[in-house]
Design a protein around this ligand. Structure first.
Ligand SMILES: *Cc1c(COP(=O)(O)O)cnc(C)c1O
Length: 394
């Protein structure tokens, strides 16, 4: 039976309805197919599937029906022709690198990216002869200056973590294409509900589904979205060969997550903006970062590029590390953990955790103040989140 899909549907509808081909059991919820291999009707059918002459399942490292529903649904949400799912967000980024880069190539990346992505680039890509340069996300002239004749990829995460700086996706895409390069956007923070990089000209979107796509901190997963050639052939080819495939159970959890993604992302953003405004008015708080605030230096770009500001708020308290730790330790409800994209609000001290490996000079350059606190605002009632932070602030 044909999958239900109407390109005119709103995102909220696509997120609930796309991809499920109901089986002859008439199930309403999407089925989970926990099977490693698939059976053929005859030797001739097996031969036809293996040769690629006839499409169909062979082995779950290649394709799995539950995983495919997730891929089709996410592709529809991002407005891409093709998505491939991976075992984690890092597997998605690795597959992009292995699929599109070779020895002697050069990659330009924004500096403030997920810590493990930096390790992937620095420790492993370099070992295979790929050069990497880092630039400040918002500085277009720096991006342009970093491009070399052998540059193949521009990689950016926007908004950045934890300071919520923005990269202008449309401008970065033009820059990439003017230099025969591709633009890759890590869209884990916004999800397609708040930002659709492909529509702004990006070539590829990568996701950590572990974050907001799941939304309740349960499963690891990731995905790459783009066109059929890059994603469906080159990146998929890497994945089916190297093996970080998504489990059907995790795909099913993400499908349930996607059904509420539209509602959740708006609620995360509303809660975060209200909390940011409250923090901005607090006498013990020096600065607050959230793209929805009028005081955000790129507020206009955020309004043009994103549907809302997202769930991450960071702020600097007066009194440095001691004061920041006091605020964190005074909380009773917020979870002290670096994870994000959960219904549960989390709180971290970047200078001693996610950015703890940087030396003082690097921290200063990256804007990681000792008084900086990051909150990934969840879906609890705003009053309760505020009351928990007020304990240490007042
Ligand atoms: C978490 C995260 C990743 C890595 O994803 P995993 O699922 O943990 O492998 C990549 N990029 C961003 C922005 C993330 O937040």
């Amino acid at each position: 039976m044909a999958s239900s899909f109407d390109p005119d549907w709103d995102l909220a509808t696509l997120a609930i309805r796309t991809g499920h081909r109901r089986t002859n059991e008439g199930e309403h919820a999407e089925p989970i197919f926990p099977t490693s291999s698939f059976v053929f009707g005859s030797a001739a059918e097996a031969a036809a599937r293996f040769s690629g002459e006839v499409a169909g399942n062979i082995y779950s490292r290649f394709t799995n029906p539950t995983v495919r529903i997730f891929e089709e649904r996410l592709a529809a949400l991002e407005g891409g022709a093709c998505a491939v799912a991976t075992a984690s967000g890092m597997a998605a980024i690795m597959a992009v690198c292995l699929g599109l880069l070779k020895q002697g190539d050069h990659l330009v990346s924004s500096r403030a990216i997920f810590g493990t992505t930096t390790i992937l680039f620095e420790r492993y890509l370099r070992r295979f002869g790929v050069e990497v340069s880092y630039v400040p996300l918002a500085d277009l002239a720096a991006w342009e200056a970093a491009i070399r004749p052998n540059t193949r990829l521009l990689f950016a995460e926007t908004p950045s973590n934890p300071l919520t700086e923005l990269g202008d996706i449309r401008a970065l895409a033009s820059l990439a294409h003017a230099h025969d390069s591709l633009l890759v956007i890590d869209n884990a923070f916004c999800t397609p509900v708040l930002q659709r990089p492909l529509a702004l000209g990006a070539d590829l979107v990568v996701h950590s589904a572990t974050k907001y796509l799941d939304g309740q901190g349960r499963c690891m997963g990731g995905a790459v979205v783009g066109d059929r050639k890059l994603v469906g052939e080159e990146i998929y080819g890497v994945l089916r060969t190297t093996g970080p495939s998504l489990s059907p159970f995790n795909a099913w959890v993400f499908l349930k997550g996607l059904e509420t993604l539209d509602l959740r992302m708006r609620a995360h953003s509303d809660n975060a903006l209200a909390l940011a405004r409250w923090l901005e008015a607090h006498p013990r708080v020096r600065t607050v970062h959230h793209p929805g605030l009028e005081s955000h230096p790129q507020h206009a770009l955020a309004a043009a590029q994103q549907r809302a500001g997202g769930g991450i708020v960071s702020f600097v308290v007066e009194g440095g590390r001691e004061a920041a730790w006091r605020v964190i330790d005074a909380t009773r409800m917020l979870s002290i953990t670096a994870n994000l994209g959960d219904a549960k609000t989390t709180i971290t001290h970047p200078a001693t955790t996610t950015h703890g490996r940087l030396n003082d000079e690097q921290k200063a350059e990256a804007g990681i103040d000792e008084g900086l606190i990051r909150v990934a605002v969840g879906l609890e009632h705003l009053d309760d989140i505020q009351a928990d932070l007020a304990r240490g602030l007042d």
